[in-house]
Design a protein around this ligand. Structure first.
Ligand SMILES: Nc1nc2c(ncn2[C@@H]2O[C@H](COP(=O)(O)OP(=O)(O)O)[C@@H](O)[C@H]2O)c(=O)[nH]1
Ligand SMILES: [Mg+2]
Length: 187
């Protein structure tokens, strides 16, 4: 049987860490430095098993700004950089509106908010530290379905963040998919 195809779109300010996140997922936890994925190789394909069903996840990001609006994604991941307050603000001020305008079925599209560069969270941040609860609150104001955060450079929480994104995507593509709390493995 053909694997079900699920399209995922990452958006967020330039340099917030989207490519590095996907590169870390591809490389696994132990390879350093991370071999970076190239923008021209999109979509990045990941075969993932969820509750013993196989999926083909196709990840796109906004490195080709003129093209991403033409996609028909199944889930949107809005990213920000935990060390850049402006990128947090821009999710609500810019990105959520951009995706709403671009996708007619936005009302039924799941949205995940993802904080990147968790290793750079600092009490000394001149713009004020972004606590997880601040970002979580913003995610709720944006009516996002999930909030996750991780550090691609250290690898911390990358795996659970990726699994959360995949499970959130699949919940909507299969009617009952969200009911089972089965495992999720990247092949
Ligand atoms: N400290 C730290 N730096 C990161 C992390 N992820 C990405 N970066 C750096 O942030 C910069 C932008 O990352 P990139 O993935 O190209 O961002 P993109 O434009 O959103 O794809 C690069 O210099 C990365 O090395 C992270 O988790 N921690
Ligand atoms: Mg990039």
């Amino acid at each position: 049987m053909e694997d079900e195809v699920v399209k995922l779109l990452l958006v967020g300010d330039e340099k917030c860490g989207k490519t590095t996140f996907l590169s870390r997922v591809r490389a696994g936890e132990d390879i350093n430095p991370i071999p970076l994925l190239r923008d021209i190789d999109q979509p990045y394909i990941f075969s993932v098993n969820i509750s013993s069903k196989s999926f083909r996840f196709e990840f796109y990001d906004t490195s080709s700004p003129e093209n991403w609006r033409l996609l028909d994604p199944d889930v949107i991941v809005i990213c920000y950089d935990i060390s850049q307050r402006l990128s947090l603000i821009n999710m609500k001020r810019y990105w959520i509106n951009e995706v709403k305008q671009s996708f007619s079925r936005m009302d039924s599209l799941p949205v995940v908010v993802m904080g990147l560069k968790r290793d750079l969270r600092s009490e000394n941040d001149p713009n004020g530290i972004i606590y997880p609860q601040d970002a979580y609150q913003m995610a709720q104001e944006m009516r996002a379905d999930r909030y996750v955060e991780c550090s691609a450079v250290t690898g911390e929480l990358v795996r659970p963040a990726f699994e959360d994104i995949c499970k959130t995507a699949v919940k909507t593509t299969t009617e009952k998919g969200g009911q089972s709390e089965g495992g999720c493995t990247i092949m």
